[in-house]
Design a protein around this ligand. Sequence first.
Ligand code: DAH
Length: 360
Amino acid sequence: MSDFAGLERELTIAIAEAPDEAALETVRVSALGKKGRISELLKSLGSMTPEERRQNGPLINGLRDEVQAAINARKQALAGAALEARLAAERLDLTLPMRESAIARGRVHPISQVVDELTAIFADMGFSVAEGPDIETDWLNFTALNFPPGHPARDMHDTFFFPPDAKGERKVLRTHTSPVQIRTMQAQKPPIRVITPGRTYRCDSDQTHTPMFHQVEGLVIDRTSHLGHLKWILEEFCKAFFEVPSVKMRFRPSFFPFTEPSAEVDIQCSRKGGEIRFGEGEDWLEILGCGMVHPNVLKNCGLDPDEFQGFAWGMGIDRIAMLKYGMDDLRQFFEADVRWLTHYGFRPLDFPTLAGGLSS
Ligand code: DAH
């Protein structure tokens, strides 16, 4: 007769000592698996005499039940211990400061914010957005805009020129957004009402000038638009943009080759202690140039100046951003300093709308 008691002792020890569920499973397979030792014993019952079977049957079945019960109990104990270990390892310290998600930490640059704000305002007045490339031909940047070749106004712009191509023509980094006026008048028939926010380039750098800066061009062409409309649009824009009931603006006669008459517009501000503040003080900051589109420019675009007329303006986006949000050095706009951006930037999901508020 087999040593059932010895086998039971042996298996009981192996079960008790199994360090984890994998080891316990190995013990189970060795005892109760298809070819396990207890399974083999159960199979051997078939070849026993009835007498032997009567005697051994209960013993072997009892052994199987004992071992199965011991395995179940150990399994439960091991699972409990594993859970305890996991809970201890994954403990959270709820007193730690919260870490912001990337979307909450990220900021929209003030220039992008201001472009969104002014687009919302002009869209409300019926303007759509026109675009053009940063690299322009000399013709679109100057000649078509009535700058005669060799005219000193070309030098006023501190242009970045590309090396001449095979035909001796030099492309330029556009010095203003005005070439998009030409592109628009060539591409669509009046009535035209567009704005063009975009990058512009001039070889210039100090507290209020950077080699790359931003302008928004405006263009209105039809049969009847005049300077009165222009003035109204600019005043309404400034009130909406600066979110105030009235703004002090000053229209000064000026010269641009592509407008006649031309004006420059200043906005009232204070510049105490090097800081520019809007809505107070007796200083003025120039924010835009404007005028009635010159007949030569209309002709260059295939429009008859006796039939069509209109006005245009070019506004410095960086300037109005500085004024509205109290930043004093333009160069910081382009330094990619995260501390600056965290302070002056805007939350990504607060998209500016006229109904919901531009800047809040
Ligand atoms: N392009 C001019 C500049 O950059 C600004 C300007 C003046 C644009 C008068 C205009 C305009 O459209 O009519 O200095």
